[in-house]
Design a protein around this ligand. Sequence first.
Ligand SMILES: C[S@@+](CC[C@H](N)C(=O)[O-])C[C@H]1O[C@@H](n2cnc3c(N)ncnc32)[C@H](O)[C@@H]1O
Length: 212
Amino acid sequence: MDRQAHWEHIYETKGPDDVSWFEPVATRSLSLIERVAADRDTAIIDVGAGASTLVDGLVSDGYHRITVLDISSSALERARHRLGDRATAVVWCNADILSADLPAAEFGVWHDRAAFHFLTTDAERARYVAQLRRTLRPQGHAIVATFAEDGPTRCSGLDVVRYSPRALQRELGNDFRLVASSHEMHQTPWGAEQAFTYCVLKYEPGATEGVR
Ligand SMILES: C[S@@+](CC[C@H](N)C(=O)[O-])C[C@H]1O[C@@H](n2cnc3c(N)ncnc32)[C@H](O)[C@@H]1O
């Protein structure tokens, strides 16, 4: 099954809280975004957003330049339906992030919780980083959450790559400076624990050292 069909099948057959990554409120992501983007005019993209409630929180917080991208149209439809009238304020993008047609130097914040870690080949990760570098504004921030080194090795039937903050920074390259990281023990809806690493990286093209 290809990537798109896999995720479409997941969202067509599982309810909102039948998936391990469900969180009723995206508390940590919201607070990290507020920390790096106090200005509500900041353009924000949630990459591999699925049906996440992060967009609900961003709209409530007054952000009005939000793009929600996912490879699954069913996931986006679920979030769009949940938001009702408020969905019209959001740009919905059904695409693979590796090939999505996005504007250059557009976003002040690139958020990704649990999508990057599914990229298991160097070639895929290189395409992801190229997309990130092309679409994030210089001095903008990437907030990327993956399974941590003590997290699961698989999710949703797929292999994942687990990262420490330093390893994630290395993967994105020296133009990204690690400004904050945290370890979170996520509780799945059925009470299991999954260790996540959250990283905040500032895009400083031309920098020579990723950690200062
Ligand atoms: C584990 S879920 C996390 C969803 C959401 N970020 C959250 O935290 O609730 C991973 C999501 O990434 C999406 N995804 C996986 N690979 C993708 C790709 N190459 N491009 C865009 N979306 C992708 C899946 O459809 C799925 O919604």
